[in-house]
Design a protein around this ligand. Structure first.
Ligand SMILES: *Cc1c(COP(=O)(O)O)cnc(C)c1O
Length: 433
């Protein structure tokens, strides 16, 4: 299935022309395809069918309530990293009993709240955190379910800012120290050793690092099962997507294309990992974020100005790094296509936003068709780590978000009104006149 495609030269999201949404709601505008979300979840679910498994969607990739609800309706669990994300899951109708709580800095209040809500497990990132969870659970006269996050020290071959599974990173407990930590944790009366977890990084495009990490940690998981009766092994998220041209040309999705053989597909992922996991007899959790939602969203923007300087051809648009920070933050590539297909020669173009930062660009020297003021562009694959990383930098209001299914659409986040940006600010008493 491909849900952002040209029909008679016009970009559609499912059966809705994107231009119609833009006309009604303006730009910048995030648009999500429900069908794409569902298909991605189902593909992964099917690939893992041979295992007792639970997909825990990583909420941080896109925490819109409507996105969470689509996944909750498919039976997804959730990987959360804050009380706010847990409350979002609950507000959207997800089940806290299918939530795992990750992150290196859980506060006492967050631990208490998550325990009250009966989450499935805390994925613990340090000994100090284990002790804190023990204290909070003791006070509540409860036993807290925990899994220790193992850092397997495997190089994920991804961008430095999203590598998490080597000893250079703040995440997890060094592989060699894990058995001793379980031994100490088993003496804490208010902990229930429920599982073991790892997550080696994000946007991985090859299966080898996953295989390496699972091969390394599987024997440990087996030993922990035997010794402490743990019930699950979470292998984390990190499945990469293709950001380069794929959807725009109306081709089948990337993993169905022949040239995608070398890329990480759900089938290849499962083929490599299921045989390693099945013999353990443990429940397997996976925590995909980007894979589920990345290609299910676009950000639409309007061309405001053309500006030619000595050697550069700038297209200044009304979206900016505060709406989508990935190019500035991770040197990320987003395919950029016009809403109405253009023929003719392309020119090397820099698409830039209005924010006062040189880092505020979406592409540099990219061959794009000749554009003019008032044209609209779609930044593809903007569903993950897009809106959630948005800010009000330059006092820019956050854009609206639309969910599309078939011919229907709904506003799932209202565009922010201008005074709302400073509604929590006030003058100091001595400044009053
Ligand atoms: C961010 C994160 C994920 C999701 O990563 P993706 O690359 O979006 O799949 C999963 N697990 C943990 C612990 C994370 O921090």
């Amino acid at each position: 299935m491909h849900d952002f495609k040209y029909v008679h030269g016009e970009l559609y999201c499912e059966n809705v022309p994107v231009a119609a949404l833009v006309k009604r709601y303006g730009t910048p505008l995030y648009i999500y395809s429900q069908n794409t979300l569902e298909q991605h979840f189902r593909k992964l679910d099917k690939a893992l069918a041979g295992l007792d498994h639970l997909i825990c969607y990583a909420v941080k990739a896109n925490s819109n309530l409507a996105v969470i609800r689509v996944l909750a309706d498919l039976g997804s669990g959730f990987d959360i990293v804050s009380q706010g994300e847990l409350m979002r899951v609950q507000t959207a109708g997800g089940n806290p009993r299918q939530c795992v709580f990750a992150g290196v800095g859980k506060t006492e209040a967050e631990i208490r709240y998550a325990l009250e809500q009966n989450i499935y497990c805390f994925n613990v990132e340090s000994e100090a955190e284990l002790q804190r969870i023990e204290r909070v659970a003791a006070r509540m006269k409860r036993r807290a379910p925990v899994a220790i996050r193992v850092n397997p020290n495997v190089e994920a071959h991804t961008h430095a800012k999203i590598t998490t599974g080597t000893y250079e990173n703040k995440f997890g407990i060094a592989f060699e120290q894990v058995p001793a930590l379980y031994a100490r944790a088993s003496k804490l009366k208010h902990l229930h050793l429920r599982g073991v977890q790892m997550h080696i990084g994000s946007q991985l495009t090859e299966v080898a690092p996953f295989r390496q990490a699972v091969e390394k940690v599987a024997p440990l998981a087996a030993a922990l099962k035997q010794r402490y009766g743990i019930e699950f092994f979470s292998i984390g998220g990190g499945l990469g997507i293709v950001y380069d041209p794929a959807l725009a040309s109306g081709q089948p999705e990337w993993w169905q294309r022949p040239q995608a053989k070398s890329l990480l597909t759900p089938a290849r992922y499962a083929e490599a990992l299921v045989p390693l996991l099945q013999p353990l007899g443990l429940k397997v959790l996976i925590e995909p974020g980007r894979f589920i939602v990345g290609n299910a969203g676009i950000l639409v923007t309007r061309v405001e100005y053309l500006k030619r300087t000595g050697r550069k051809n700038f297209v200044i648009v009304d979206a900016a790094m505060n709406d989508l920070i990935r190019p500035a933050f991770y040197d990320a590539f987003h395919e950029i296509v016009p809403l109405r297909k253009k023929s003719g020669a392309s020119t090397a173009t820099d698409v830039v936003g209005p924010v006062c930062e040189s880092g505020d660009y979406f592409c540099k020297d990219r061959p794009l068709p000749r554009l003019k003021e008032g044209d609209y562009l779609a930044l593809l694959s903007a569903g993950a780590y897009g809106s959630v990383m948005g800010s009000n930098y330059n006092s820019r209001p956050r854009p609206a978000e639309i969910l599309v299914t078939g011919k229907r659409h709904a506003v799932v986040r209202e565009a922010e009104a201008l005074p709302a940006i400073w509604q929590n600010e006030k003058l100091a008493p001595w400044q009053k006149r």
